[in-house]
Structure formats: structure tokens, C-alpha cells
Design a protein around this ligand. Sequence first.
Ligand SMILES: Cc1ncc(C[n+]2csc(CCOP(=O)(O)OP(=O)(O)O)c2C)c(N)n1
Ligand SMILES: CC(=O)[C@@H](O)[C@H](O)COP(=O)(O)O
Ligand SMILES: [Mg+2]
Length: 619
Amino acid sequence: MVLDKVNSPSDLKALSEVELLVLAEELRSEIIRVCAQNGGHLASSLGAVELIVALHKVFDSPRDRILFDVGHQAYAHKILTGRKGVFHTIRQEGGISGFTKVSESEHDAITVGHASTSLANAIGMAIARDTLGEDYQIVSVIGDGALTGGMALAALNVIGEQQRKMLIVLNDNEMSISENVGALNRFFKELQIKKWVQDTEKWGRGVLETISPRLFNLVDRAKEAAKLVLHQENPFYAWGLRYVGPVDGHNLKGLIHLFQELKELDGPTILHIVTQKGKGYKVAEADPIYWHGPPGFDPEKPEKVSKGYSWSAAFGDAVTELAHLEPRLFVITPAMREGSGLVKYSQTHPSRYLDTGICEDVAATAAAGMALRGLKPVLAIYSTFMQRAYDQIIHDIAIEKLDVVLAVDRAGIVGGDGATHNGVFDIAYLRTVPGVQIAAPKDALELRAMLKKALELGGPVAIRYARDNVERVPEGSWPDIEWGRWEVLKEGGKAYILSFGKTLKYALEAAGDNPEVGVINARFLKPLDRELLEKLALKGYKLVTVEDHQKMGGFGSAVLEALSEMGLKPDIRVLGLPDVFFDHGSIPRMHREAGIDAAAILEALAQMGVRVGEVGTAD
Ligand SMILES: Cc1ncc(C[n+]2csc(CCOP(=O)(O)OP(=O)(O)O)c2C)c(N)n1
Ligand SMILES: CC(=O)[C@@H](O)[C@H](O)COP(=O)(O)O
Ligand SMILES: [Mg+2]
């Protein structure tokens, strides 16, 4: 195998053109093999193989800095930069990250997972390089989806103004996770040479190249020049960039040739390459959406693997039905249609659905605009990505107490995506915002009840639920719910476990049938059920709060503050995530390590003198 000869980018530089083509196919096979075991971002990484081989052939990592936006498409980069031997551990417990990560390798220029950050990083690096009088290349690979992010577009403005030497490679496969959206995306389509012209061009280049490489070079340059002239209306000119493209992003020889030319140019250049997401694996080419992040599968028989009925699916079913009951309901997603369970809703209610692209800030403020003008927007947003909309929630939604429901998905530790994706800060930053109510359903019925009630109550309401499966409930189930009231699931003689969200299963496990220990589904965090809390405290019950969120600023903090305001000092333990980042790995193991699982609850109860047995049994 050619790959056997490549243990670092310098080994790759010695390979012949034919060996490089073989290497690309071997990389594809390895990426498919490992994703079949681990799951992961298969389609994105397959589409970037030739690009990454060409980059490492021409540029000199780690001296030259190669940045990958989002970093989910960089599997070939990981294999080529000394991690071939551990690539099979990607996204696994103790394994390498599924995204580029500075602390993992000197070849990883930025730590990513959230989109649209690479260009701002790149301009910062270019300024540092020039300020320190250093000399190296800076290349930023950004997808057409990530380029819909405001950070990326704003960074282009700075890059164009600064006019510092750098190369941006726009990897355009017309896909985000779903089909890509936005005016720029439409423009890219217009820019691209029609397929038949591309094929003709490829044939023509082949003939020309055999006749006279020199002539080929001249014609190629003339074509590039013509494109440059033809595309003066190209928005990248407005951003002060030299635009080159669109070119075939799978033509390894052409890419190498172009990178060799472009690396000599001063100022900022954007090379627009056209690739196919999932390239080289039929099922992923045919359905890049599903194969963007599939669970493990059989590489020989790559059938779709069902992930079970998720909270996202329950949410999608609920809003699809709710839309018939509430004609003003309007659902927004910032580029996470599939992940947020909105495929069916988007097909059933296309006129009341908006995919903004990867711009959570715009999505939140658009929701504000909709609420100001009479709609009932529901913003479906992952907890981690909602971090991008913090100011918009305060400034555009909360100050005027607008009717916006935040459906906060992926709340808690998420597993394979690691620290960049854990949804563990949202309670802390939401609960300090006046007027924002916060709830966490224990099951799909409560989710439905909360969504419906939130729309009726009005004002900003955040409903958070985990990356997990949940029991499906019958269509048309619309139970009522006493807003702001906790639910006593099990009476206790001496102590109560108060759980907010996903940790309820641990609370029930810990209590088992121990008569001393009660369990409360503390499903409302703002407003807290102060009446019940006061009653428990006054009766002298020992209390344990537990949540899948940072301890600091979380549900337990809210309980402590309320007790202090009431002048009550019960014996209480607050269980939440410690002040560290949790990398990718097994969720149960991380919950154990974080001290929020059933064993941790029992330990806390025992510390307070409550008679407890093993997890889930009476004492
Ligand atoms: C801020 C943020 N929002 C949403 C996501 C989820 N996400 C991950 S990859 C992706 C699509 C990226 O599309 P593109 O940049 O075109 O890369 P491709 O997968 O097509 O190669 C999205 C929306 C994210 N990573 N970061
Ligand atoms: C790269 C990225 O940010 C998304 O693809 C994310 O990995 C999706 O997460 P889920 O798999 O939880 O939907
Ligand atoms: Mg794309």
C-alpha cells in the first residue's frame, strides 16, 4: 500500500503522481472502514480527499498552517499527519477527536467543531505572522455551508481590508448537512460550469495536455484569466479577494498545479473548488445527508441504520401537529433540519419553515422579528450552537419579552463530538436573562405539554432535551401541565433527589425502592417550584440536586439561591458537571467521572447519613 509509505506529509511529497492517485483511493477505503465501525463524518471527509492530498503535497505543514473550518472533513488530514495508526480510535473513548484539535497534533492549526471560525483565525494568524516577521503559508479550507455563517462573511471583510497573503479554499459541494441554502449558494451554482461543459473541458484538457503541456498551461491560464474578467460581479471582489475558479476539486493533478501557482501570489486569494460530498462511496454520493454522520454500518452492505426514536423526532412530531392547532407557529432551524427532527415538519409546513443556514445569531433575531409581527416562532437549536445567539436572545428577544420558544436540543454531554458540542452551558447563560423561562421534560408527553403551554403563555421559553432516545407517544397526545410545578415521582422518608432533565433516570435508579429516598422531576428551573422546595426544606428533608450541565450556574445553583433567599439551610448536595471540558467518549463513563450518575447520587445521600444500598436496590 502506498499509504504504508506515508507517516508524515514529507513522505507524501516524495510520491509520484500515480502514487498520489492510489493514495487518495487508499485514504477513501480507510475512512470508510473506520466510519463503518465508529460512525463519524463520512460524506464530508470523502469529498475532501483529493483536496487534502494536494494541500499536503504542495504546502509544508506544520510550518505552513492548514486550517479546516468545522474540522469534520479532515479525516484524510489526520491520517496523513502521523495519526494513521490511531485513526481507528476517532471519536471513541480515549481516541482522537473527530475534528481538528490543536492539542492533538502540531498539524492541527485550530481546534474546531463549530462552523465558520477558520477565516477569522486565519486573518489573526496572518497578522501575527507579518507582525513577527515570519514567513509561512496560511491556507483555510471552508465549506459552502460554513461560509453561510456570519463570522465567516464578516472575516472576509477584514481579510479583504488587510490584504495579507493567505489562501482560502472554498470547498463547494452544494451541501451543508442538508442541501445548502442562501443567496451565496445560489450564486455559486450560477458560477459553476455546467456538467457537460465540465466534462468537455476535462476531455479538452486531456487532449491538449498530451499535445503540448506548455500550450495547455497557456490555455489554462487564459481560461482562468477569462473567468477572472467574466466574474467581476463576483462578490469576492467586493471583499477584496482574488477569486479563482470554479475548478474540479477531485482533479488531483489540477489542484496540485493550482496550489503551486497560487502559493506564489501575494494578498488574499480564494480558490473555489467544486466537489461531491461522499465522493467515491456510492451510498454516500447518493445520500450525503444521511451519510454525513451515520452510526456504525456494514461497509459491504451499507444500509441505513436506525438510530431509534429520539427527542428530536418527538419534537418534530409535536411541532408538525402543533402547526395545525396554532396557525401562527413558525419553525426556524440554523442548518440542522435533520439533527433537529424537522424533515417531516419542513415537508408538511414548508411555508412556515426557515433554514437560515449556519447562522444561529440571524435565526434568533429573525425569530424576534417574526414575534414582533405576530408569529409564534419556535427556534430549534442545539444547546452548543445556541451559544452563538446569546446576545440575540437577550437583546432582540428577552428585553421585550417576545413570544419565542427555544427548543434546545442536545442538552448535556453528547458523546462522540466532544467538548466543542457538549450542551452544558445553556442553563447558566439563560437563567440570568430576565423573563426567559426554562423547562426540561421527562418524556415526550411532557415535551408536548410544555411546547403547547409555552406557545399559550407567550414570552421567551427555553425547553431543553438531550441527545437521547425517548418513548414515542400517540399522535394527538396533548396532556396538560401545571406550569412551574415540580412532580413528585416517589415519596421519601428522609431525603429527596431533585433532578432537572436527563439525570432523572439516575435519580430513579439511585432511589430504587428505598423508602427513605424520594424523587422529584424538577422539570421547571425558571420558575422554580419554590413552594415545594420550601416545604421540603422546612420538613428537614436532605436534598440532592442533579443535572447534566455545569454545576456552576446550573439548576443546583438556582436551588441554592432560592433557599438562601428563603433563609432556609437544609442539608443539601449539588451534583453537576465539574469545571472542566469533557472530550469525546462514552456518555455513561463521563457521567460517572463527572459525578452525576446513580452511584454519585448514592454517595451524596450516604454522606448525609441516609441509609442507602447499591444502585437501584433498597437498603
Ligand atoms: C455554529 C455551528 N452550527 C451548526 C453546526 C453543525 N454543522 C456541522 S457541519 C455542518 C455543515 C457544514 O457544511 P460545509 O461547511 O459545506 O461542509 P461539508 O460537510 O459540506 O463539507 C453543520 C451545519 C456547526 N458545526 N457549527
Ligand atoms: C459537525 C457537526 O457539528 C454536526 O454534524 C454534529 O456533529 C451533529 O451532531 P449530532 O450527530 O448530535 O446531530
Ligand atoms: Mg458543503
